[in-house]
Design a protein around this ligand. Structure first.
Ligand code: CP
Ligand code: NVA
Length: 306
């Protein structure tokens, strides 16, 4: 993955299809202990939103390679006191080797990437969660040995996670179906982007019919109905999203060997039932573990440590 050295990762589409497949394979090899990268570099985490998995998996990946991590929580740094993003990014660029940023607007992470010459990684924005998609696709590849000729169905909110899955599935040749309430469909330009990538070779379908979308699917996926920053709407959204719950009834429409995925944190009884997330088809713990392997592969690649 020498081609990724020095590159930003702001969207799944920051890679091309073959780079994405190569990165997934590298992550699988790293998980098996076949590739052990070493790099004594420093990662900075600038997270404007809460995180458990992303923060810990990035940190552990870096430590396992021999690197260091500085957690620049905005509440203990100057970034929450009005220092311009452009100044922060240019200063961090002088200390760090790579930056992972979790923020709200995609334009803010693009600004970080513009002002910091070191690689900038999107650790979640309102528009995309590309590191999550790496782990999700890795989990599919690990479960089925391939990504082609498979169908992933996402039910729920057409949010950042859905956006990255639409693009990522299209890039690896998987059929992707997203079923949401009409008011909460994924952004039209993301759907168009996924369709352009798929180029008619695989399906990209957006609908309001969860049962039809789940029919024959090999992976069923959901995420919270209200994302970070939308907490005030959480209660009013529940009745609207109820038909899109990933429950035992919906699972019956999927392929018999289908796997169940959720990026976590989950709200049991809302977007997913306890029975399904704890059931035999659930791969959510492998999926969470894979965040670390996928991000280690990404870090090693952009840092040129391979
Ligand atoms: N899935 C995910 O990104 O989890 P965190 O918000 O805990 O990082
Ligand atoms: N869609 C969720 C994902 C959390 C990992 C959010 O943005 O809050």
């Amino acid at each position: 993955m020498k081609a990724l050295k020095g590159r930003d990762f702001l969207s799944v589409a920051s890679l091309d299809s073959s780079e994405l497949q190569e990165l997934l394979d590298l992550a699988i090899e790293m998980k098996a202990g076949k590739v052990k990268p070493r790099c004594e570099k420093v990662l900075g985490l600038v997270f404007y939103k809460a995180s458990t998995r992303t923060r810990v998996s990035f940190s552990t990946a870096m430590y396992q390679m021999g690197g260091q991590v500085i957690d620049l929580n905005p509440s203990v740094s100057q970034v929450s006191r009005g220092e311009p993003l452009s100044d922060t990014a240019r200063v961090l660029d002088r200390y760090l080797d790579v930056l992972a940023v979790r923020t709200f607007a995609q334009k803010d992470i693009e600004a970080f990437a513009h002002y910091a010459k070191i690689p900038t990684i999107n650790a979640l924005t309102d528009r995309e969660h590309p590191c999550q998609a790496l782990a999700d696709l890795m989990t599919v590849k690990e479960s089925f040995g391939q990504t082609k000729d498979l169908t992933l169905t996402y039910v729920g909110d057409g949010n950042n996670v859905a956006h990255s899955l639409l693009i990522g599935c299209a890039m690896v040749g998987m059929n992707v179906r997203v079923a949401t309430p009409a008011e909460y469909q994924p952004d039209a330009d993301i759907v168009e982007q996924a369709k352009a990538i798929a180029g008619g070779r695989s399906e990209v379908l957006v609908s309001n019919d969860p049962a039809a979308a789940a029919k024959g699917a090999h992976a069923l996926y959901t995420d919270v109905w209200a994302s970070m920053g939308q907490e005030e709407e959480a209660r009013t959204r529940i009745p609207l999203f109820q038909p899109y719950q990933l429950n035992e009834e919906l699972l019956k429409f999927a392929d018999g060997d289908a796997i169940v995925l959720h990026c976590l944190p989950a709200h049991r009884g809302e977007e997913i039932t306890d029975g399904v997330i704890e059931g035999s088809q659930s791969r959510v713990w492998d999926q969470a573990e894979n965040r670390m392997h996928a991000q280690k592969a990404l870090l090693a690649s952009v840092l040129g440590a391979l």
